[in-house]
Design a protein around this ligand. Structure first.
Ligand code: CMP
Length: 146
């Protein structure tokens, strides 16, 4: 069955890299069910990353995510959550360069904070964050088969 995940191209990513990432997403067989470019407010960024609120890097993370436009995507494919995570590679680009050299973070991330892209870690989170960022309409079941 098709699955949805939430992908975010973060504010440090250049337009050129963003276009390359969007092309790779499509070449990878994902359907881009929704695409929205947004500058997050602090409140939205804090809510989006609330699972990380106790981490020492939380305020830096929020600053970074509000710094410029994010491209938010709903990606649809079989096994979309895992496949998008594999395409991104590990959180830390040093790790990515060593263990997943072709991955997006190996190629485009600056460091462990400014790591170019985000993806939901499981289907539950994906639905929650999709609903939070896109609202009722876009998280409807009709998109599952897009
Ligand atoms: P992401 O996969 O979007 O989930 C949480 C984000 O926090 C992560 O990508 C990075 O942007 C950031 N992050 C994770 N670990 C660290 C860390 N050790 N130091 C700074 N930022 C981090």
């Amino acid at each position: 069955p098709k699955e949805q995940t939430l992908a975010v191209i973060k504010p440090d990513t250049s337009e050129e890299h963003r276009d390359e990432i969007l092309e790779e997403i499509q070449a990878g067989g994902f359907t881009i069910s929704q695409l929205q470019e947004t500058v997050l407010s602090r409140e939205m960024a804090e809510e989006f990353y609330r699972e990380h609120r106790d981490k020492p890097f939380f305020s830096q993370l929020v600053d970074y995510m509000c710094r410029g436009p994010c491209t938010m995507l709903i990606l649809t494919k079989e096994n979309a959550v895992e496949e998008w995570r594999a395409m991104m590679g590990p959180t830390d680009p040093n790790d990515a360069k060593e263990n997943a050299p072709g991955s997006l973070r190996a190629r485009f991330a600056k460091d462990i904070l400014e790591n170019a892209v985000h993806g939901s870690s499981n289907t539950e989170h994906a639905q929650e964050k999709i609903h939070f960022l896109f609202g009722e309409i876009s998280s409807g079941s009709e998109l599952i088969n897009a």
